[in-house]
Design a protein around this ligand. Structure first.
Ligand SMILES: [Zn+2]
Length: 527
């Protein structure tokens, strides 16, 4: 566990298109995802085409196109290339192996003259080198700092199911394709480019702005963000706010104006309570079965668990979330969304509709999924032990040990042991903050104003490590995705439109500046 701090490099060399010593040179055609053949000439033509197809038309028209090869290329193009390069640096977890990517991102920050560092983090089981990367732009005053948090690792991809190589970082048809394009290399690139734009434009903020990308999020974050908050408190000194994944802008494909874009800001998450069940029983040859064998005992226990339904409980965050969604709900659900607890209790039809949606069902009660099963390695063996793992998700404020006790009573079999694999408690961040107001202001001045909805989500991100420290942490990436695009997260053919990527950078920049301006007004009013 060592940390390297790179001295800030002056930006002019990078702007002139030269590379800093030590930065890995990327051939122009490889950087464009065209490593399979087209020569430099075609690559240059594509640079120009890309700049026009990427929403940067205004910028592109301002300068004669060939000038851009020597000038600073358009934002969309630089962001797409950086994301493609990040995708080509595989960090599929396990094993993660995030250090190479951390170094590349640190180099990008350094080239822009931004203070940065790579932190080596623990490698569980002596595995591949893990690392986090940070960058910091110092504020002109000491308002509570803002962290833009993402993670470097990705879930694995099964290349045989994809239309493109998930690790080639292809730029094609207006999209950057590959594992991590959305979750979460696309988020990290959007954050990093926001810092680069601020540095390049010489924008002054009254607070520190910190870029942080961590390893190991996809496997729980304990050795990533969890380790960093404990071992590098200096990174979080003076920090009051954090934005990370877990929420964003949801748009409909039609863009027909019927439903406004939903700006979902996640205030809290359900808490994971991952459990292992081990059944012990008589082992031996399975030609003479016994009633006390391990596998049948385990199956009987799991049968009770699969039928188990936790009571419904509406947390204040969930009540707020559905009340905010009421204006865009279908007419027959509108009154129910307005007063969720009462309607769920009294209206049978509404209850059936509401709970029939697995996502909605999951945010009004504790849930449990049976996931891992392990019995004998062979058909004709009755094993002495059998194992199952459960993925339970608890509402905020509930404890995993209590839930395990509830299951133990339900199973009612002392030969089965229940133990915790992973659990933590969750807290909610308040919506009554200048950061939330800044999000609402930015949403309001969009061409198509967004409907801001405070949310609770069923999954979890690294945000909870920071909420535990009292930092206001929102799951919100200002990036507009349709449901079809969002479904590709952890799935096949993950990709992001270059337009969407560039727009997310501009909106993040707008948000950061609006947040600063709101607090400046607040402070003036208080004096
Ligand atoms: Zn993620």
């Amino acid at each position: 566990m060592s940390s390297h701090s790179n001295p800030a490099n002056p930006p002019p060399a990078a702007r002139a298109g030269r590379r800093q010593p030590g930065a890995a040179p990327v051939p122009q055609d490889a950087a464009l995802g065209l490593g399979r053949g087209p020569g430099l000439g075609l690559a240059l033509v594509l640079v120009v085409l890309l700049s026009f197809s990427s929403g940067a038309v205004g910028e592109a028209q301002a300068i004669w196109p060939f000038d851009r090869i020597f000038e600073r290329p358009p934002l969309a193009e630089r962001a797409a290339e950086l994301l493609a390069e990040a995708i080509r640096t595989p960090t599929s977890n396990p094993p993660g192996n995030e250090r190479a990517l951390a170094r590349k991102l640190a180099a990008a920050l350094g080239r822009a003259g931004i203070e940065n560092g790579v932190l080596d983090t623990p490698s569980p089981d002596g595995g591949s080198p893990r690392a986090a990367v940070w960058g910091r732009i110092r504020g002109t005053a000491d308002r509570p700092g803002l962290v833009l948090l993402s993670h470097l690792d990705t879930v694995p991809a099964d290349a045989s199911e994809w239309s493109v190589d998930p690790y080639a970082g292809e730029i094609w048809d207006g999209f950057v394709w590959g594992r991590g394009a959305l979750d979460a290399k696309g988020v990290g690139v959007s954050h990093l480019m926001t810092l680069i734009e601020i540095a390049a434009e010489g924008i002054e903020l009254e607070r520190d702005l910190i870029f942080l990308a961590t390893p190991e999020e996809e496997t729980g974050g304990r050795a990533g963000a969890g380790w960093i908050v404990k071992n590098h408190p200096e990174l979080l000194e003076g920090i009051g706010y954090l934005l990370t994944e877990g929420g964003g802008i949801q748009i409909t494909r039609e863009r027909d104006g019927v439903r406004p874009p939903i700006w979902g800001v996640t205030l809290t998450e359900k808490a994971p309570c991952w459990l292992e069940l081990v059944a012990r029983g008589r082992g031996g040859h399975s030609s003479a079965p016994t009633l006390d064998a391990a596998v049948p005992r385990l199956v009987a226990a799991l049968d009770r668990i699969r039928r188990f339904e936790s009571p419904i409980r509406i947390t204040p965050e969930v009540a707020q979330m559905f009340a905010s969604l009421a204006p865009v709900a279908s007419e027959w659900d509108r009154a129910g969304f307005q007063d969720l607890a009462a309607t769920l209790a009294n209206d049978e039809g509404f209850r059936r509709r509401f709970l029939g949606n697995p996502g909605q069902n999951a945010i009004v009660r504790n849930t449990v999924s049976i996931t891992v099963l392990e019995g004998a390695p062979k058909t004709n063996v009755a094993p002495p032990t059998a194992r199952a793992q459960l993925d339970a998700r608890l509402l905020p404020g509930e404890r995993c040990s209590d839930f395990a006790e509830t299951l133990a009573q339900l199973i009612d079999d002392p030969s089965i042991q229940i133990s915790e694999i992973l659990s933590f408690s969750t807290r909610a961040s308040s919506r009554d903050t200048p950061l939330f107001r800044a999000i609402a202001e930015v949403a309001d001045r969009q061409l198509q104003p967004g409907l801001v909805v405070p949310r609770m989500i069923g999954g979890f991100t690294d945000a909870h490590w920071f909420r535990e420290l009292g930092i206001v942490a929102y799951g919100f990436v200002p990036r507009a995705l349709t449901a079809d695009e969002a479904r590709r997260v952890h799935g096949v053919d993950e990709r992001i439109a270059i337009d969407t990527l560039a727009e997310s950078i501009r909106t993040t920049l707008d948000l950061v500046r609006t947040f600063d301006a709101i607090e400046a007004v607040d402070a003036a009013g208080a004096d």
